[in-house]
Design a protein around this ligand. Structure first.
Ligand code: MN3
Length: 252
């Protein structure tokens, strides 16, 4: 493989592709697997989500006191497991090729049923949520992500304020997001229900780096009606290494 030519062609390809479609297009054409031994392929694979639940990388109690053990257990084993099960029913009913990543379905979700939209979104959103949290989380972003946050929002504190506003002001159930937009710049927004920024029907689009579940089931046992307290506590468990890795992959 001629490395410089490969990099050049990838760059040219990426510059003409939508962010949300990159990993999908690569996976779908076999380019991703062809480059599976390269750092580029490994990084892109970070943004691909499977159709089944990934085991949690930590104990249900590991995020306490910020997110309590019972909330985590019910959230993972009941709510998220339900989305995964219903998604698998839907992919059978609607003949989805599961050799392609879930992201490809989400990017074309207008062609599928409401069941696919709700459960495909629900599964993707939770898989991301578990990955961007860690018992060793907290602190603040480093490296290129830190610089990009400063550039997009003015400062880390300004980003936090904007993200918290998105999370607190989402009426009813939904998610707050940090994404890389099609312009390669960071943006904050929110989506209703189990929609997400990968979906073609979404008003807010991009490649998700960080997502916060603001459905009541995510916080009610510990925080009751105090969503703002839950949103503030979230920063103590954010895994900025994971978010930074996603940023690097999304910018390729
Ligand atoms: Mn949830």
């Amino acid at each position: 493989m001629n490395i410089p030519e490969n990099k050049l062609s990838r760059r040219s390809f990426l510059s003409h592709s939508s962010k949300a479609g990159i990993a999908l297009s690569l996976a779908g054409t076999g380019i991703l697997s062809a480059c599976s031994n390269s750092a580029n392929g490994d990084q892109k694979a970070l943004l691909a989500t499977s159709f089944t639940q990934t085991p949690l990388g930590y104990d249900f109690s590991a995020l306490a006191p910020h997110i309590d053990a019972m909330t985590m257990e019910i959230h993972y084993t009941k709510h998220a497991a339900g989305y995964a099960k219903n998604l698998n029913d839907a992919i059978g009913d609607e003949n989805v090729d599961t050799n392609k990543p879930l992201e490809e379905v989400l990017a074309n979700i207008s062609n599928y049923t409401t069941k696919m939209r709700n459960n495909g979104g629900g599964h993707y959103n939770h898989e991301l949520f578990w990955k961007v949290m860690s018992p060793n989380g907290g602190g603040s972003p480093a490296g290129e992500l830190s610089g990009a946050i400063d550039e997009a929002f003015g400062s880390y504190d300004a980003f936090v304020t904007e993200f918290e506003t998105a999370a607190k002001s989402r009426f009813g159930s939904g998610w707050a997001w940090l994404v890389v937009g099609e312009d390669k710049k960071l943006a904050v927004g929110s989506t209703p229900n189990q929609d997400n920024p990968l979906m073609d029907i979404s008003d807010f689009k991009g490649t998700p780096l960080l997502g916060l579940d603001v459905w009541e089931h995510a916080y009610y046992l510990n925080y009751q009606n105090r969503r703002p307290d839950y949103v503030s506590a979230f920063w103590n468990v954010v895994d900025w290494n994971s978010v930074g890795d996603r940023y690097a992959a999304a910018m390729m």
